[in-house]
Ligand binder design. Structure first.
Ligand code: IMP
Length: 425
């Protein structure tokens, strides 16, 4: 029995969904603690492909409690659609299997309009209203789930903020604002449907800890998209480092036993912002094609590039990552050689850690190590010993350079395409 946080170590899309799904077998509670439906976790089970945006993937397993905790921003319409789709596929979605924090903030229609009208070009956001919802949370003008499930409270909260939102949308952004009455009617209805699932989830978590249950905290996005430590302003609007698992779910740090960092064998990024090892050439195109690197939420093509140890060291330090899961190694098969960035160089200065100053990035020289590749298809390999020699050498090199052992190796999108080197739960 252990309590573990799973976080992405790069810029998101590291394959967290599959690894969390795998680990869920041994966990009792699976908890989402930040972000919202900007995340999309792709799961391939048998012939079925499922993309979950809000509900933890534990929902596909029996006798698990999936929690959407207070640090998440929730689009009620998306959540209910997800619930309906899961039910239609025969999964059990009841208050015994899903709990929603009464303190989580709600993504309102005006948040989505503002995100679309304002930000998609600049930062390349997912346009799901995530940033504007977190803005309202910080401004103390947010609407929480506890408000949503009480029509009178919802009306009061909406009355307080609506005129200002309408003014901003129509006069500053110059787009059409939604009608208040329509929002009220629709969101009160959505609130009623969500009501049975709503509770103080921190109490459920505390009770589970006290009774020796095993907790799995499922991070979204990746460490380099963290609002404080990522490539600001090209970041998401929540904290994605491991410490947020505690804040966003209402649990103290002494209850955490380990932190698993998910690390893709190369790097991808969606949206704008610095990407030092980006391959804007045929090789990048090849990684995108072989790795299926298209956003699970927006379908946007992901930018692809080599593994970046500078970016990885940064998030490993910030999240106290104790173990790694290296994913998508199979995508590198067939490459003659594989490069890994070890440091950045700016003028005469060699940098082994991520600079805060984004102005430096366009002129950085990237220092690489080169590794011999391997030809073999890894998709059906079940044991570490059977991996090609050069592939094992690549894994050992990453472990040595980062000072963290790989506990899991993933060689394909299916559950059984996984080599477990150390049991973590
Ligand atoms: P937002 O989270 O929609 O505000 O988008 C901010 C930035 O984070 C954009 O560059 C997005 O592409 C990126 N982003 C948000 N969620 C994800 C994710 O789940 N995977 C990868 N990138 C993401």
């Amino acid at each position: 029995m252990a309590n573990m946080i799973v976080v992405g170590t790069q810029w998101g899309d590291e394959g967290k969904g599959k690894i969390v799904d795998l680990l869920t077998d041994k966990a009792d509670l699976i908890i989402r603690f930040q972000g919202g439906n900007n995340a999309g976790h792709t799961l391939v089970i048998g012939d079925e492909k499922l993309i979950l945006h809000l509900i933890p993937s534990g929902i596909l397993h029996r006798n698990k409690l999936c929690i959407i905790a207070s640090g998440v921003v929730i689009d009620p319409e998306v959540l209910l659609t997800e619930i309906d789709e899961l039910v239609a596929k025969g999964h059990i979605v009841t208050p015994e299997t899903v709990a929603i924090s009464d303190r989580a903030h709600v993504i309102m229609p005006y948040h989505k309009i503002i995100d679309h009208a304002r930000d998609t070009e600049r930062i390349g956001t997912t346009g799901r209203g995530i940033g504007p919802a977190y803005e309202d949370k910080a401004r103390r003008t947010g609407i929480r789930i506890i408000d949503l499930i009480n029509a009178a409270l919802l009306q009061k909260k909406l009355d307080e903020v609506f005129e200002e939102k309408k003014h901003y949308i129509t006069k500053v952004l110059k787009v059409k604002a939604p009608e208040k009455a329509t929002i009220l009617e629709k969101y009160a209805r959505l609130g009623m449907r969500l009501r049975p699932f709503v509770t103080d989830t921190s109490i459920l978590i505390d009770n589970a800890v006290k009774s020796g249950k095993s907790l799995l905290f499922e991070g979204a996005q990746g460490g380099n998209l963290d609002m404080d430590y990522g490539t600001y302003p090209f970041v998401t609007s929540s904290n994605t480092v491991a410490a947020q698992a505690c804040v966003g779910s209402g649990i103290g740090p002494t209850n955490i036993d380990r932190v698993l960092g998910i690390c893709k064998a190369y790097t991808t990024r969606v949206g704008g912002g610095p990407f030092p090892t980006e391959l804007a050439d045929d090789l990048g195109e090849r990684l995108r094609a072989f790795g299926g690197e298209y956003g699970a939420t927006t379908g946007r093509p992901r930018r692809c590039g080599w593994l970046d140890l500078v970016a990885l060291r940064h998030t490993i330090r910030l999240s106290s990552i104790s173990h790694l899961a290296i994913t998508k190694l199979d995508v590198l098969s067939g490459l003659e050689s594989i490069r890994v960035a070890t440091a950045y160089k700016s003028g005469n200065i060699i940098m082994e850690s991520m600079p805060a100053d984004l102005e430096l990035f366009p002129d950085l020289e990237i220092l690489y190590d080169e590794h011999p590749g391997w030809e073999e298809n890894l998709a059906s390999i079940k044991r570490y010993e059977d991996l090609p020699q050069n592939c094992k050498a690549y894994i050992s090199y990453i472990e040595a350079k980062l000072g963290v052992k790989a506990a899991i190796i993933s060689v394909g999108s299916k559950r059984d395409q996984t080599i477990v080197l150390e049991e973590l739960l």
